[in-house]
Design a protein around this ligand. Structure first.
Ligand SMILES: *[C@@H]1O[C@H](CO)[C@@H](O)[C@H](O)[C@H]1NC(C)=O
Ligand SMILES: *[C@@H]1O[C@H](CO)[C@@H](O)[C@H](O)[C@H]1NC(C)=O
Ligand SMILES: *[C@@H]1O[C@H](CO)[C@@H](O)[C@H](O)[C@H]1NC(C)=O
Ligand SMILES: *[C@@H]1O[C@H](CO)[C@@H](O)[C@H](O)[C@H]1NC(C)=O
Length: 563
Protein backbone atom coordinates (compact mmCIF):
# COMPACT_ATOMS: atom_id res chain seq x y z
CA UNK A 1 0.00 0.00 0.00
CA UNK A 2 2.52 2.53 1.20
CA UNK A 3 4.82 1.46 -1.58
CA UNK A 4 2.29 2.01 -4.37
CA UNK A 5 1.35 5.38 -2.91
CA UNK A 6 4.98 6.34 -2.94
CA UNK A 7 5.25 5.30 -6.58
CA UNK A 8 2.29 7.49 -7.49
CA UNK A 9 3.76 10.45 -5.69
CA UNK A 10 7.08 9.86 -7.41
CA UNK A 11 5.52 9.68 -10.84
CA UNK A 12 3.72 12.99 -10.25
CA UNK A 13 7.01 14.56 -9.32
CA UNK A 14 8.65 13.18 -12.44
CA UNK A 15 5.75 14.19 -14.68
CA UNK A 16 5.78 17.71 -13.34
CA UNK A 17 9.52 18.18 -13.27
CA UNK A 18 10.78 20.61 -15.85
CA UNK A 19 13.88 18.52 -16.49
CA UNK A 20 11.76 15.75 -18.03
CA UNK A 21 10.04 17.98 -20.59
CA UNK A 22 10.97 17.71 -24.26
CA UNK A 23 10.06 20.57 -26.61
CA UNK A 24 7.54 19.26 -29.12
CA UNK A 25 6.48 22.22 -31.23
CA UNK A 26 7.09 25.94 -31.12
CA UNK A 27 6.41 29.17 -33.02
CA UNK A 28 9.03 31.89 -32.63
CA UNK A 29 6.37 34.59 -33.12
CA UNK A 30 2.60 34.88 -33.20
CA UNK A 31 1.60 33.68 -36.70
CA UNK A 32 0.68 36.70 -38.81
CA UNK A 33 -2.96 37.74 -38.76
CA UNK A 34 -3.50 36.49 -35.18
CA UNK A 35 -3.64 38.90 -32.26
CA UNK A 36 -2.89 37.87 -28.68
CA UNK A 37 -5.56 39.10 -26.24
CA UNK A 38 -4.08 37.88 -22.96
CA UNK A 39 -3.80 34.69 -20.96
CA UNK A 40 -6.52 32.07 -21.20
CA UNK A 41 -8.35 31.93 -17.82
CA UNK A 42 -6.48 29.48 -15.57
CA UNK A 43 -9.49 27.53 -14.40
CA UNK A 44 -11.32 27.38 -17.72
CA UNK A 45 -11.64 23.79 -18.93
CA UNK A 46 -9.99 22.90 -22.21
CA UNK A 47 -10.43 19.71 -24.22
CA UNK A 48 -7.27 18.51 -25.90
CA UNK A 49 -7.12 15.80 -28.52
CA UNK A 50 -4.06 13.65 -28.23
CA UNK A 51 -2.88 11.89 -31.38
CA UNK A 52 -1.21 8.63 -30.40
CA UNK A 53 1.50 7.17 -32.60
CA UNK A 54 0.31 4.44 -34.95
CA UNK A 55 1.91 1.05 -34.39
CA UNK A 56 3.00 0.71 -38.02
CA UNK A 57 2.80 3.91 -40.06
CA UNK A 58 5.76 2.81 -42.19
CA UNK A 59 3.99 -0.47 -42.94
CA UNK A 60 0.88 1.36 -44.09
CA UNK A 61 2.95 3.64 -46.27
CA UNK A 62 4.68 0.66 -47.89
CA UNK A 63 1.34 -1.09 -48.40
CA UNK A 64 -0.20 2.03 -49.94
CA UNK A 65 2.77 2.38 -52.26
CA UNK A 66 2.21 -1.15 -53.45
CA UNK A 67 -1.57 -1.04 -53.90
CA UNK A 68 -1.47 2.32 -55.69
CA UNK A 69 1.42 1.59 -58.08
CA UNK A 70 0.42 0.43 -61.56
CA UNK A 71 2.01 -2.96 -62.25
CA UNK A 72 2.31 -4.15 -58.65
CA UNK A 73 0.84 -7.58 -57.80
CA UNK A 74 -1.82 -6.08 -55.52
CA UNK A 75 -2.57 -2.99 -57.62
CA UNK A 76 -5.85 -1.35 -56.48
CA UNK A 77 -6.61 -4.09 -53.95
CA UNK A 78 -7.70 -1.44 -51.47
CA UNK A 79 -7.68 -2.20 -47.77
CA UNK A 80 -10.72 -2.79 -45.60
CA UNK A 81 -11.51 -0.68 -42.57
CA UNK A 82 -10.04 -3.38 -40.31
CA UNK A 83 -6.91 -3.82 -42.46
CA UNK A 84 -6.16 -0.12 -42.11
CA UNK A 85 -6.76 -0.29 -38.40
CA UNK A 86 -4.11 -2.98 -37.92
CA UNK A 87 -1.54 -0.43 -39.11
CA UNK A 88 -2.93 2.77 -37.61
CA UNK A 89 -3.98 1.74 -34.12
CA UNK A 90 -1.45 2.54 -31.39
CA UNK A 91 0.66 -0.25 -29.90
CA UNK A 92 -0.14 -1.65 -26.45
CA UNK A 93 3.01 0.09 -25.18
CA UNK A 94 1.80 3.45 -26.47
CA UNK A 95 -1.66 3.03 -24.97
CA UNK A 96 -0.14 2.00 -21.68
CA UNK A 97 2.36 4.89 -21.65
CA UNK A 98 -0.44 7.39 -22.17
CA UNK A 99 -2.83 5.76 -19.71
CA UNK A 100 -0.11 5.72 -17.04
CA UNK A 101 0.59 9.39 -17.61
CA UNK A 102 -3.13 10.21 -17.57
CA UNK A 103 -3.93 8.37 -14.35
CA UNK A 104 -0.83 9.73 -12.61
CA UNK A 105 -2.20 13.18 -13.38
CA UNK A 106 -5.85 12.55 -12.61
CA UNK A 107 -6.93 12.65 -16.26
CA UNK A 108 -9.51 10.39 -17.86
CA UNK A 109 -8.80 9.87 -21.56
CA UNK A 110 -11.68 9.10 -23.93
CA UNK A 111 -11.00 7.27 -27.18
CA UNK A 112 -12.42 9.42 -29.99
CA UNK A 113 -11.45 7.63 -33.21
CA UNK A 114 -12.31 4.21 -34.62
CA UNK A 115 -8.61 3.43 -35.06
CA UNK A 116 -8.05 4.38 -31.40
CA UNK A 117 -5.22 6.71 -32.44
CA UNK A 118 -6.97 9.78 -30.99
CA UNK A 119 -8.01 10.27 -27.39
CA UNK A 120 -9.30 13.38 -25.70
CA UNK A 121 -8.64 14.78 -22.26
CA UNK A 122 -10.44 17.65 -20.53
CA UNK A 123 -8.54 19.68 -17.95
CA UNK A 124 -8.17 23.21 -16.59
CA UNK A 125 -5.96 25.54 -18.61
CA UNK A 126 -3.59 25.89 -15.65
CA UNK A 127 -3.04 22.14 -15.60
CA UNK A 128 -2.54 21.96 -19.37
CA UNK A 129 0.04 24.75 -19.06
CA UNK A 130 1.88 22.79 -16.41
CA UNK A 131 1.68 19.28 -17.89
CA UNK A 132 2.81 20.40 -21.34
CA UNK A 133 5.02 23.39 -20.43
CA UNK A 134 2.59 25.56 -22.37
CA UNK A 135 1.21 29.07 -22.01
CA UNK A 136 -2.32 29.09 -23.37
CA UNK A 137 -3.37 32.57 -24.48
CA UNK A 138 -6.49 33.84 -26.18
CA UNK A 139 -6.07 34.87 -29.83
CA UNK A 140 -8.35 36.49 -32.37
CA UNK A 141 -8.20 36.59 -36.15
CA UNK A 142 -10.34 38.65 -38.54
CA UNK A 143 -11.56 35.50 -40.35
CA UNK A 144 -12.53 33.66 -37.16
CA UNK A 145 -15.85 34.44 -35.57
CA UNK A 146 -14.71 33.16 -32.16
CA UNK A 147 -11.47 33.69 -30.29
CA UNK A 148 -9.27 30.64 -29.81
CA UNK A 149 -6.96 29.44 -27.03
CA UNK A 150 -3.52 28.52 -28.31
CA UNK A 151 0.05 28.33 -27.05
CA UNK A 152 3.20 29.27 -28.94
CA UNK A 153 5.05 26.31 -27.51
CA UNK A 154 4.17 22.81 -26.32
CA UNK A 155 6.38 20.17 -24.73
CA UNK A 156 5.91 16.52 -23.87
CA UNK A 157 6.94 14.77 -20.68
CA UNK A 158 9.79 12.48 -21.75
CA UNK A 159 7.78 9.32 -21.08
CA UNK A 160 5.33 10.35 -23.83
CA UNK A 161 7.98 11.07 -26.45
CA UNK A 162 7.61 8.53 -29.24
CA UNK A 163 4.06 7.73 -28.13
CA UNK A 164 2.27 11.05 -28.69
CA UNK A 165 2.36 12.52 -32.21
CA UNK A 166 0.43 15.70 -31.52
CA UNK A 167 -1.75 17.51 -29.01
CA UNK A 168 -4.46 19.65 -30.53
CA UNK A 169 -5.33 22.45 -30.14
CA UNK A 170 -1.98 23.74 -28.96
CA UNK A 171 0.28 25.35 -31.57
CA UNK A 172 -1.93 25.13 -34.68
CA UNK A 173 -3.03 28.60 -35.81
CA UNK A 174 -5.50 28.09 -38.60
CA UNK A 175 -8.05 30.59 -39.88
CA UNK A 176 -9.28 29.33 -43.21
CA UNK A 177 -11.27 31.70 -45.28
CA UNK A 178 -13.54 30.76 -48.09
CA UNK A 179 -12.25 32.31 -51.23
CA UNK A 180 -14.45 34.08 -53.62
CA UNK A 181 -12.51 35.45 -56.47
CA UNK A 182 -13.96 38.75 -57.36
CA UNK A 183 -14.89 39.27 -60.94
CA UNK A 184 -15.96 42.49 -62.56
CA UNK A 185 -18.73 40.86 -64.44
CA UNK A 186 -21.88 39.62 -62.87
CA UNK A 187 -24.51 38.09 -65.03
CA UNK A 188 -28.18 37.67 -64.49
CA UNK A 189 -28.99 34.65 -66.54
CA UNK A 190 -26.74 32.87 -68.92
CA UNK A 191 -28.71 30.63 -71.18
CA UNK A 192 -28.96 26.91 -70.80
CA UNK A 193 -25.87 24.90 -71.52
CA UNK A 194 -23.49 27.56 -72.82
CA UNK A 195 -20.35 26.29 -74.53
CA UNK A 196 -16.91 27.70 -73.82
CA UNK A 197 -16.51 30.81 -75.92
CA UNK A 198 -12.90 30.85 -77.07
CA UNK A 199 -13.22 34.28 -78.63
CA UNK A 200 -14.00 35.49 -75.13
CA UNK A 201 -10.89 34.19 -73.33
CA UNK A 202 -12.25 34.94 -69.87
CA UNK A 203 -15.76 33.84 -70.71
CA UNK A 204 -18.29 32.22 -68.45
CA UNK A 205 -17.67 28.59 -67.50
CA UNK A 206 -20.70 26.28 -67.37
CA UNK A 207 -21.01 22.51 -66.99
CA UNK A 208 -21.50 22.27 -70.77
CA UNK A 209 -18.32 24.25 -71.36
CA UNK A 210 -16.37 21.93 -69.04
CA UNK A 211 -17.92 18.83 -70.61
CA UNK A 212 -16.90 19.98 -74.09
CA UNK A 213 -13.47 21.21 -73.08
CA UNK A 214 -12.42 18.04 -71.26
CA UNK A 215 -14.60 15.42 -72.97
CA UNK A 216 -16.62 14.72 -69.81
CA UNK A 217 -19.64 12.50 -70.60
CA UNK A 218 -23.18 13.69 -69.88
CA UNK A 219 -24.60 10.17 -69.65
CA UNK A 220 -25.60 9.30 -66.10
CA UNK A 221 -23.46 7.04 -63.94
CA UNK A 222 -25.03 3.72 -63.01
CA UNK A 223 -23.00 2.33 -60.11
CA UNK A 224 -24.60 3.22 -56.79
CA UNK A 225 -21.81 2.24 -54.36
CA UNK A 226 -19.71 4.99 -55.91
CA UNK A 227 -20.31 8.15 -53.86
CA UNK A 228 -18.60 11.52 -54.06
CA UNK A 229 -18.16 13.37 -50.77
CA UNK A 230 -18.03 17.18 -50.64
CA UNK A 231 -16.80 18.59 -47.33
CA UNK A 232 -18.34 21.83 -46.09
CA UNK A 233 -16.47 23.77 -43.43
CA UNK A 234 -16.55 27.26 -41.89
CA UNK A 235 -20.33 27.70 -41.71
CA UNK A 236 -20.76 27.08 -45.40
CA UNK A 237 -24.15 25.65 -46.24
CA UNK A 238 -25.23 24.12 -49.51
CA UNK A 239 -28.70 25.08 -50.64
CA UNK A 240 -31.08 22.61 -52.30
CA UNK A 241 -33.17 25.36 -53.90
CA UNK A 242 -30.09 26.94 -55.48
CA UNK A 243 -29.00 23.56 -56.78
CA UNK A 244 -32.40 22.92 -58.36
CA UNK A 245 -32.36 26.36 -60.01
CA UNK A 246 -28.82 25.74 -61.25
CA UNK A 247 -29.68 22.35 -62.75
CA UNK A 248 -32.77 23.76 -64.52
CA UNK A 249 -30.58 26.48 -66.01
CA UNK A 250 -27.52 24.54 -67.08
CA UNK A 251 -28.36 20.81 -66.89
CA UNK A 252 -31.90 20.67 -68.23
CA UNK A 253 -31.11 17.14 -69.44
CA UNK A 254 -31.14 15.77 -65.87
CA UNK A 255 -33.99 15.93 -63.31
CA UNK A 256 -33.90 19.22 -61.35
CA UNK A 257 -34.73 17.13 -58.28
CA UNK A 258 -31.23 15.57 -58.43
CA UNK A 259 -29.68 16.45 -55.10
CA UNK A 260 -27.17 15.52 -52.40
CA UNK A 261 -27.33 13.65 -49.10
CA UNK A 262 -26.41 15.53 -45.93
CA UNK A 263 -23.94 14.03 -43.44
CA UNK A 264 -22.79 15.80 -40.29
CA UNK A 265 -20.15 15.52 -37.58
CA UNK A 266 -19.59 17.86 -34.59
CA UNK A 267 -23.28 18.81 -34.66
CA UNK A 268 -22.80 20.32 -38.11
CA UNK A 269 -25.98 21.66 -39.68
CA UNK A 270 -27.11 22.74 -43.13
CA UNK A 271 -29.82 25.40 -42.73
CA UNK A 272 -31.84 26.17 -45.86
CA UNK A 273 -32.73 29.77 -46.58
CA UNK A 274 -31.34 32.33 -49.03
CA UNK A 275 -29.56 34.02 -46.11
CA UNK A 276 -27.75 30.78 -45.31
CA UNK A 277 -26.43 30.33 -48.81
CA UNK A 278 -22.70 29.75 -48.75
CA UNK A 279 -21.16 30.53 -52.11
CA UNK A 280 -18.33 28.06 -51.54
CA UNK A 281 -20.64 25.24 -50.53
CA UNK A 282 -23.02 26.01 -53.38
CA UNK A 283 -20.19 26.12 -55.89
CA UNK A 284 -18.83 22.79 -54.66
CA UNK A 285 -22.24 21.12 -54.71
CA UNK A 286 -23.30 22.56 -58.07
CA UNK A 287 -20.07 21.52 -59.79
CA UNK A 288 -20.23 17.99 -58.38
CA UNK A 289 -23.94 17.22 -58.82
CA UNK A 290 -23.82 19.13 -62.12
CA UNK A 291 -20.70 17.39 -63.51
CA UNK A 292 -20.63 13.92 -61.94
CA UNK A 293 -23.90 13.08 -63.67
CA UNK A 294 -25.80 10.42 -61.76
CA UNK A 295 -23.10 9.89 -59.11
CA UNK A 296 -24.59 10.04 -55.58
CA UNK A 297 -23.15 13.15 -53.90
CA UNK A 298 -22.86 13.60 -50.14
CA UNK A 299 -22.24 16.89 -48.33
CA UNK A 300 -20.47 16.67 -44.98
CA UNK A 301 -20.99 19.72 -42.80
CA UNK A 302 -18.73 20.44 -39.81
CA UNK A 303 -16.33 22.96 -38.28
CA UNK A 304 -12.70 23.70 -39.26
CA UNK A 305 -9.82 22.86 -38.51
CA UNK A 306 -10.68 20.12 -36.05
CA UNK A 307 -13.08 19.19 -38.83
CA UNK A 308 -10.16 17.96 -40.92
CA UNK A 309 -9.47 15.43 -38.17
CA UNK A 310 -13.13 14.67 -37.63
CA UNK A 311 -13.69 14.06 -41.32
CA UNK A 312 -10.90 11.51 -41.37
CA UNK A 313 -11.97 9.71 -38.21
CA UNK A 314 -15.59 9.73 -39.44
CA UNK A 315 -14.53 8.06 -42.69
CA UNK A 316 -12.25 5.63 -40.81
CA UNK A 317 -15.35 4.32 -39.06
CA UNK A 318 -17.61 3.56 -42.02
CA UNK A 319 -17.65 0.33 -43.98
CA UNK A 320 -18.54 1.75 -47.38
CA UNK A 321 -16.82 5.10 -47.59
CA UNK A 322 -17.12 7.45 -50.57
CA UNK A 323 -14.74 6.73 -53.41
CA UNK A 324 -13.84 10.40 -53.86
CA UNK A 325 -13.70 13.29 -51.40
CA UNK A 326 -13.21 16.93 -52.38
CA UNK A 327 -12.32 19.86 -50.14
CA UNK A 328 -12.01 23.49 -51.21
CA UNK A 329 -10.12 24.85 -48.21
CA UNK A 330 -6.44 25.56 -47.68
CA UNK A 331 -4.32 27.45 -45.18
CA UNK A 332 -0.69 28.36 -44.56
CA UNK A 333 1.22 25.14 -43.99
CA UNK A 334 3.58 26.54 -41.35
CA UNK A 335 0.70 27.78 -39.19
CA UNK A 336 -0.65 24.24 -38.77
CA UNK A 337 2.67 23.19 -37.28
CA UNK A 338 4.58 20.09 -38.32
CA UNK A 339 3.06 17.64 -35.85
CA UNK A 340 -0.59 18.40 -36.62
CA UNK A 341 0.00 18.62 -40.38
CA UNK A 342 1.82 15.28 -40.31
CA UNK A 343 -0.93 13.56 -38.33
CA UNK A 344 -3.66 14.93 -40.63
CA UNK A 345 -1.63 14.02 -43.70
CA UNK A 346 -1.13 10.47 -42.44
CA UNK A 347 -4.91 10.32 -42.02
CA UNK A 348 -5.21 10.98 -45.77
CA UNK A 349 -2.68 8.22 -46.39
CA UNK A 350 -5.00 5.83 -44.56
CA UNK A 351 -8.00 7.04 -46.58
CA UNK A 352 -6.03 6.56 -49.81
CA UNK A 353 -5.22 3.01 -48.76
CA UNK A 354 -8.94 2.32 -48.40
CA UNK A 355 -9.49 3.39 -51.99
CA UNK A 356 -10.65 6.96 -51.45
CA UNK A 357 -9.32 9.60 -53.85
CA UNK A 358 -8.68 12.61 -51.58
CA UNK A 359 -8.83 15.85 -53.62
CA UNK A 360 -7.91 19.31 -52.32
CA UNK A 361 -7.91 22.78 -53.85
CA UNK A 362 -4.32 24.06 -54.14
CA UNK A 363 -5.09 27.51 -52.67
CA UNK A 364 -5.76 30.86 -54.28
CA UNK A 365 -2.74 32.97 -53.40
CA UNK A 366 -0.21 31.72 -55.96
CA UNK A 367 3.15 31.09 -54.27
CA UNK A 368 2.12 33.12 -51.21
CA UNK A 369 -0.49 31.05 -49.34
CA UNK A 370 -4.06 32.48 -49.42
CA UNK A 371 -2.62 35.90 -49.97
CA UNK A 372 -4.91 38.78 -50.90
CA UNK A 373 -3.14 41.96 -49.85
CA UNK A 374 0.00 43.53 -51.27
CA UNK A 375 2.08 43.47 -48.06
CA UNK A 376 3.93 40.27 -48.93
CA UNK A 377 4.56 40.97 -52.61
CA UNK A 378 8.18 41.95 -52.05
CA UNK A 379 8.85 38.88 -49.92
CA UNK A 380 10.59 36.23 -52.01
CA UNK A 381 10.05 33.45 -49.46
CA UNK A 382 7.20 31.34 -50.80
CA UNK A 383 4.53 30.06 -48.40
CA UNK A 384 2.97 26.69 -49.25
CA UNK A 385 -0.54 25.69 -48.18
CA UNK A 386 -1.83 22.63 -46.39
CA UNK A 387 -3.48 20.14 -46.91
CA UNK A 388 -2.68 20.55 -50.64
CA UNK A 389 1.03 20.09 -49.85
CA UNK A 390 0.42 16.70 -48.21
CA UNK A 391 1.84 13.99 -50.50
CA UNK A 392 -1.18 11.72 -49.90
CA UNK A 393 -3.73 14.09 -51.42
CA UNK A 394 -4.28 15.12 -55.02
CA UNK A 395 -4.01 18.90 -55.26
CA UNK A 396 -5.83 20.77 -58.02
CA UNK A 397 -4.87 24.17 -59.41
CA UNK A 398 -6.67 26.57 -61.75
CA UNK A 399 -6.50 27.58 -65.39
CA UNK A 400 -8.31 30.25 -67.37
CA UNK A 401 -8.96 30.92 -71.06
CA UNK A 402 -9.74 28.23 -73.60
CA UNK A 403 -7.43 28.45 -76.57
CA UNK A 404 -4.98 27.75 -75.11
CA UNK A 405 -5.63 27.42 -71.40
CA UNK A 406 -3.16 29.22 -69.17
CA UNK A 407 -2.37 29.01 -65.47
CA UNK A 408 -4.29 31.62 -63.47
CA UNK A 409 -2.18 34.10 -61.53
CA UNK A 410 -3.77 32.88 -58.28
CA UNK A 411 -3.28 29.14 -58.75
CA UNK A 412 -1.72 27.87 -55.53
CA UNK A 413 1.48 26.02 -56.16
CA UNK A 414 4.91 25.35 -54.79
CA UNK A 415 6.80 23.02 -52.52
CA UNK A 416 6.12 21.87 -48.98
CA UNK A 417 8.47 22.81 -46.18
CA UNK A 418 7.20 19.85 -44.14
CA UNK A 419 6.94 16.92 -46.55
CA UNK A 420 9.81 15.74 -48.77
CA UNK A 421 9.34 15.10 -52.48
CA UNK A 422 7.47 11.77 -52.58
CA UNK A 423 8.85 8.87 -54.63
CA UNK A 424 6.15 9.12 -57.28
CA UNK A 425 6.98 12.65 -58.40
CA UNK A 426 10.78 12.92 -58.21
CA UNK A 427 11.25 12.79 -62.00
CA UNK A 428 8.46 15.34 -62.59
CA UNK A 429 9.83 17.73 -59.97
CA UNK A 430 13.44 17.36 -61.20
CA UNK A 431 12.25 18.12 -64.73
CA UNK A 432 10.63 21.33 -63.53
CA UNK A 433 13.56 22.41 -61.35
CA UNK A 434 15.75 22.21 -64.46
CA UNK A 435 13.63 24.98 -66.04
CA UNK A 436 14.31 27.45 -63.22
CA UNK A 437 16.92 30.07 -64.09
CA UNK A 438 20.12 30.17 -62.04
CA UNK A 439 19.30 33.63 -60.71
CA UNK A 440 15.73 32.69 -59.67
CA UNK A 441 14.66 35.04 -56.89
CA UNK A 442 12.12 32.81 -55.15
CA UNK A 443 13.12 30.97 -51.98
CA UNK A 444 11.50 27.56 -51.55
CA UNK A 445 12.27 24.00 -50.49
CA UNK A 446 13.55 22.27 -53.63
CA UNK A 447 13.41 18.95 -51.76
CA UNK A 448 9.72 19.35 -50.85
CA UNK A 449 6.49 17.78 -52.12
CA UNK A 450 5.54 19.79 -55.21
CA UNK A 451 1.91 20.69 -55.83
CA UNK A 452 -0.58 20.87 -57.51
CA UNK A 453 -0.81 17.56 -59.38
CA UNK A 454 -3.28 18.67 -62.04
CA UNK A 455 -5.56 21.60 -62.78
CA UNK A 456 -8.57 22.78 -64.67
CA UNK A 457 -10.69 25.87 -65.25
CA UNK A 458 -11.09 28.12 -62.21
CA UNK A 459 -12.53 31.45 -63.22
CA UNK A 460 -16.01 32.72 -64.03
CA UNK A 461 -18.04 29.63 -63.08
CA UNK A 462 -21.74 30.27 -63.55
CA UNK A 463 -23.61 29.34 -60.40
CA UNK A 464 -26.67 30.09 -58.29
CA UNK A 465 -26.45 31.32 -54.71
CA UNK A 466 -29.24 32.73 -52.60
CA UNK A 467 -31.41 32.55 -55.72
CA UNK A 468 -29.08 34.74 -57.80
CA UNK A 469 -27.29 33.62 -60.90
CA UNK A 470 -23.71 34.86 -61.10
CA UNK A 471 -20.41 33.99 -62.73
CA UNK A 472 -18.60 34.66 -59.48
CA UNK A 473 -17.70 31.06 -58.83
CA UNK A 474 -13.98 30.73 -59.04
CA UNK A 475 -10.69 29.81 -57.54
CA UNK A 476 -9.12 26.41 -57.09
CA UNK A 477 -12.35 25.91 -55.11
CA UNK A 478 -14.10 25.59 -58.46
CA UNK A 479 -11.42 23.41 -60.00
CA UNK A 480 -11.20 20.80 -57.22
CA UNK A 481 -14.87 19.69 -57.17
CA UNK A 482 -14.90 19.52 -60.96
CA UNK A 483 -11.80 17.32 -60.95
CA UNK A 484 -13.31 15.14 -58.21
CA UNK A 485 -16.42 14.72 -60.38
CA UNK A 486 -14.28 13.48 -63.27
CA UNK A 487 -12.67 10.91 -60.98
CA UNK A 488 -16.12 9.83 -59.73
CA UNK A 489 -17.30 9.32 -63.32
CA UNK A 490 -14.22 7.22 -64.11
CA UNK A 491 -14.86 5.16 -60.97
CA UNK A 492 -18.38 4.55 -62.25
CA UNK A 493 -16.97 3.06 -65.47
CA UNK A 494 -14.46 0.96 -63.54
CA UNK A 495 -17.15 -0.42 -61.24
CA UNK A 496 -19.39 -1.16 -64.21
CA UNK A 497 -16.58 -3.42 -65.47
CA UNK A 498 -16.09 -5.00 -62.04
CA UNK A 499 -12.79 -3.23 -61.61
CA UNK A 500 -11.63 -1.51 -58.41
CA UNK A 501 -11.91 2.27 -58.11
CA UNK A 502 -8.95 4.63 -58.61
CA UNK A 503 -8.26 5.26 -54.89
CA UNK A 504 -5.01 7.09 -54.09
CA UNK A 505 -4.40 8.73 -57.44
CA UNK A 506 -0.93 10.21 -57.51
CA UNK A 507 1.25 7.21 -58.44
CA UNK A 508 -1.16 6.57 -61.34
CA UNK A 509 -1.24 10.24 -62.37
CA UNK A 510 2.55 10.48 -62.36
CA UNK A 511 3.01 7.30 -64.43
CA UNK A 512 0.38 5.79 -66.71
CA UNK A 513 -1.90 8.81 -66.71
CA UNK A 514 0.62 11.62 -67.10
CA UNK A 515 -0.11 11.91 -70.82
CA UNK A 516 -3.87 12.04 -70.24
CA UNK A 517 -3.57 15.77 -69.59
CA UNK A 518 -3.24 18.79 -71.84
CA UNK A 519 0.00 20.44 -70.79
CA UNK A 520 -0.57 24.06 -69.78
CA UNK A 521 2.56 26.08 -70.48
CA UNK A 522 1.70 29.80 -70.17
CA UNK A 523 1.12 31.55 -66.85
CA UNK A 524 2.83 32.78 -63.68
CA UNK A 525 1.45 32.36 -60.16
CA UNK A 526 2.42 35.72 -58.66
CA UNK A 527 -1.10 36.07 -57.23
CA UNK A 528 -4.11 38.26 -57.86
CA UNK A 529 -2.68 41.26 -56.06
CA UNK A 530 1.09 41.09 -56.58
CA UNK A 531 2.52 42.49 -59.80
CA UNK A 532 3.51 39.81 -62.31
CA UNK A 533 7.10 41.00 -61.85
CA UNK A 534 7.13 39.75 -58.24
CA UNK A 535 8.91 36.44 -57.73
CA UNK A 536 6.77 33.42 -58.59
CA UNK A 537 6.86 30.26 -60.67
CA UNK A 538 6.34 30.22 -64.41
CA UNK A 539 4.40 27.41 -66.02
CA UNK A 540 6.60 25.15 -68.13
CA UNK A 541 6.52 22.20 -70.48
CA UNK A 542 5.64 19.09 -68.44
CA UNK A 543 4.72 19.09 -64.76
CA UNK A 544 4.94 22.46 -63.02
CA UNK A 545 3.87 23.82 -59.61
CA UNK A 546 1.05 25.90 -61.11
CA UNK A 547 -0.98 23.37 -63.09
CA UNK A 548 0.65 20.01 -62.33
CA UNK A 549 0.46 17.90 -65.51
CA UNK A 550 -2.20 20.25 -66.91
CA UNK A 551 -5.91 19.79 -67.58
CA UNK A 552 -7.60 16.39 -67.88
CA UNK A 553 -8.63 14.72 -71.14
CA UNK A 554 -11.46 12.50 -69.95
CA UNK A 555 -11.31 9.81 -72.67
CA UNK A 556 -7.54 9.43 -72.22
CA UNK A 557 -7.80 9.32 -68.45
CA UNK A 558 -10.54 6.72 -68.72
CA UNK A 559 -8.47 4.64 -71.15
CA UNK A 560 -5.46 4.77 -68.81
CA UNK A 561 -7.67 3.80 -65.86
CA UNK A 562 -9.20 0.83 -67.70
CA UNK A 563 -5.91 -0.40 -69.19
C1 LIG B 1 -18.18 35.03 -77.62
O1 LIG B 1 -17.45 36.13 -77.11
C2 LIG B 1 -17.36 37.21 -78.00
C3 LIG B 1 -16.37 38.24 -77.42
O2 LIG B 1 -16.76 38.60 -76.11
C4 LIG B 1 -18.78 37.77 -78.21
O3 LIG B 1 -18.75 38.83 -79.12
C5 LIG B 1 -19.68 36.65 -78.75
O4 LIG B 1 -21.01 37.09 -78.82
C6 LIG B 1 -19.63 35.43 -77.87
N1 LIG B 1 -20.32 34.32 -78.49
C7 LIG B 1 -21.31 33.65 -77.88
C8 LIG B 1 -21.91 32.52 -78.64
O5 LIG B 1 -21.70 33.92 -76.74
C1 LIG C 1 -23.58 18.11 -29.87
O1 LIG C 1 -24.79 18.45 -29.24
C2 LIG C 1 -25.02 17.72 -28.03
C3 LIG C 1 -26.43 18.07 -27.54
O2 LIG C 1 -26.66 19.44 -27.61
C4 LIG C 1 -23.93 18.06 -27.03
O3 LIG C 1 -24.11 17.33 -25.84
C5 LIG C 1 -22.58 17.70 -27.62
O4 LIG C 1 -21.53 18.11 -26.76
C6 LIG C 1 -22.39 18.39 -28.96
N1 LIG C 1 -21.17 17.87 -29.59
C7 LIG C 1 -20.23 18.67 -30.09
C8 LIG C 1 -19.06 17.96 -30.70
O5 LIG C 1 -20.32 19.88 -30.12
C1 LIG D 1 8.98 36.60 -45.62
O1 LIG D 1 8.09 35.55 -45.38
C2 LIG D 1 8.63 34.51 -44.60
C3 LIG D 1 7.64 33.37 -44.58
O2 LIG D 1 6.47 33.77 -43.96
C4 LIG D 1 8.96 35.04 -43.21
O3 LIG D 1 9.52 34.02 -42.43
C5 LIG D 1 9.95 36.18 -43.37
O4 LIG D 1 10.16 36.76 -42.11
C6 LIG D 1 9.42 37.23 -44.32
N1 LIG D 1 10.47 38.22 -44.56
C7 LIG D 1 10.23 39.52 -44.50
C8 LIG D 1 11.40 40.40 -44.83
O5 LIG D 1 9.13 39.98 -44.22
C1 LIG E 1 -4.72 38.33 -62.18
O1 LIG E 1 -5.54 37.77 -63.20
C2 LIG E 1 -6.83 38.37 -63.30
C3 LIG E 1 -7.65 37.56 -64.29
O2 LIG E 1 -6.94 37.28 -65.46
C4 LIG E 1 -6.65 39.83 -63.71
O3 LIG E 1 -7.92 40.45 -63.79
C5 LIG E 1 -5.79 40.53 -62.64
O4 LIG E 1 -5.53 41.85 -63.05
C6 LIG E 1 -4.47 39.79 -62.46
N1 LIG E 1 -3.75 40.41 -61.34
C7 LIG E 1 -2.57 41.02 -61.50
C8 LIG E 1 -2.02 41.68 -60.27
O5 LIG E 1 -1.98 41.04 -62.56
Amino acid sequence: MAFSKLLTVLSIVVAASAASMVLHERHTAVPSGFVRRGAAPANEMITLRVGLKSNNGAGLEAKLRSVSSPGSFDFRQWLSMDDVKTFTQPSADTVSAFDTFASANGLVPTVISPNRDWVSITLPVSKANKLFAAQFDVFTHPSLKDSIARTLSVSLPSELVGHVDVIHPTTAFVAPKTRLLSSERQINVRGPAASCNSSDPLGVVTPTCLQELYGIPTTPATQSPNTLLVTGYVDQWAQSADLAQFLKLVRSDIPPSTTFTLLTTDNGTNPQSPDDAGVEANLDIQYTVGIATGVPVEFLSNDFPSALLDTTTFLDGIDNPPTVMTTSYAYTESFFGLSLATKICNGYMALGARGISVVFASGDGGVRTNHDSSDLCANNTFMPVFPAACPWVTAIGSTEGFAPEKATNFTGGGFSNFFPTPYYQTAAVDGFLDTIPGDFAGIFNKAGRGYPDASLQGLGFEMVSGGEVTNLGGGTSASAPTFASIIALINDRLLAENKPVLGFLNPFLYSKASSAFTDVTPGRNSGQVCPPSSSAFDAAVGWDPLTGFGTPIFPDLLAAALA
